[in-house]
Design a protein around this ligand. Structure first.
Ligand code: AMP
Length: 370
């Protein structure tokens, strides 16, 4: 498997990816990134959400933008406000260490005047839902005359939401020589019409196998409880696990230390690993855990990097992680080697929304336990 560097991704972007804990390219990224970096071409990618497709087109797109040119150079069309916001957020995160590239997301359901105002600022990339983009074009709120690349993300979804006419209009409107990169999970008949009409006949087609970033043997579940109740609910859950082994994740080392003390006070044998431990102490805890002398550890995301422990029945998210990529890494500690595993999140009513975001970006579904 190639690294992002071998795929041709610039150092600054790699640094930003690493900060998001994204280190190994997925299948679609491996196939798409070098192709789009090396050639000016149309492209048809068949890929579902949760395969890493946003970075697959997003990284080449960011490479293609010249930050010193203060004009819209790329347009990304997508079906919903949520997806639009997620794409913009990911692109923003990828540029953490490079020249700033400004992305604006515009979508229906929000005051158009606000968006017109935002578009007056220097903008390099626009992410838009098709209906709203047409409205904005009619009001001359933006110009697409310098657009080099148009991405159609989740094209099948856009069509099933009835956006065929809008897509035709927009694709007629952008410069003739702009490259079009289309991503879709399925290829319905109307989509084939769009491809035939607006894209190069010899556009390469890349299919990602349905293999998702998140292992499909993992059952994702959650409890809703208040902060004060969390410990009690966790203890009940741990008791139900009997001899099963697991990891509990917290966001900070302070939280791991505090939680492990609380659990020990409740007679639950546990140890914590976090960045402050000396290597020797860390190894001691890990050895005990690997050998099976210890059933349970509490860990931070960083400390758990590279842990390779088989036969973990569950992971607990006592606190949700910073980013979705960490959720993938955390939950990937269970269900190894074809086994089943449970990824259990403890969330407050307020945090539930984050789980819905995970469902969309990671292509998984959660079952509510309480
Ligand atoms: P997408 O399929 O583009 O919606 O991406 C789903 C999620 O996976 C996002 O939260 C990304 O940050 C994350 N992600 C993308 N590429 C990778 C990768 N190579 N390794 C781990 N996580 C990734």
């Amino acid at each position: 498997m190639k690294s992002f560097k071998e795929l041709g991704v610039k150092k600054d972007f790699i640094k930003a990816l690493e900060a998001l804990n994204i280190t190994k390219p997925t299948e679609i990224q491996t196939n798409v990134i070098p192709l789009l970096l090396e050639t000016k071409t149309d492209l048809i990618g068949q890929a579902q959400t949760g395969t890493g497709k946003t970075a697959a087109f997003g990284l080449p797109l960011l490479h293609s933008v010249d930050p010193s040119r203060k004009e819209i150079q790329a347009l990304i069309l997508c079906p919903t406000r949520e997806l639009g916001q997620q794409i913009a957020k990911q692109l923003f995160r990828f540029t953490k260490f490079s020249d700033k590239i400004f992305t604006e997301a515009v979508y229906g359901g929000e005051k158009i005047d606000r968006q017109i105002g935002s578009l007056r600022r220097p903008t390099h990339i626009v992410v838009a839902t098709p209906g709203r983009l047409i409205d904005l074009l009619k009001r001359k709120a933006l110009s697409l005359s310098k657009v080099d690349t148009v991405v159609l993300d989740e094209a099948d979804e856009m069509l099933s939401m009835g956006f065929k006419k809008e897509l035709d209009q927009i694709l007629d409107f952008v410069p003739q020589d702009a490259n079009k990169w289309l991503f879709s999970a399925t290829m319905p008949h109307t989509l084939k019409e769009i491809i035939k009409e607006h894209m190069a006949a010899d556009a390469p087609r890349i299919e990602a196998s349905s293999k998702k970033l998140v292992n499909e043997n993992i059952q994702h579940k959650y409890f809703v409880c208040d902060e004060e109740e969390k410990l009690h609910v966790l203890v009940q859950f741990l008791k139900s696990q009997h001899k099963n082994r697991g990891i509990i994740f917290c966001k900070t080392k302070k939280a791991t230390q505090y939680l492990s003390k609380q659990l020990i006070a409740k007679n639950i044998a546990v140890d914590a690993i976090h960045g402050d431990l000396y290597q020797k102490e860390r190894e001691k805890v890990l050895r005990a855990f690997k050998k099976g002398n210890l059933q349970l550890i509490v860990a931070t995301d960083i400390a758990a990097r590279g842990l390779d422990i088989d036969a973990l029945s569950y992971v607990v998210h006592f606190q949700l992680p910073e980013s979705e990529a960490y959720y993938t890494h955390r939950s990937g500690r269970t269900a190894r080697a074809g086994r089943e595993g449970v990824s259990m999140a403890f969330v407050t009513a307020f945090e539930r929304k984050k789980l819905m975001d995970y469902e969309k970006t990671l292509g998984i579904s959660f079952e509510r336990i309480r």
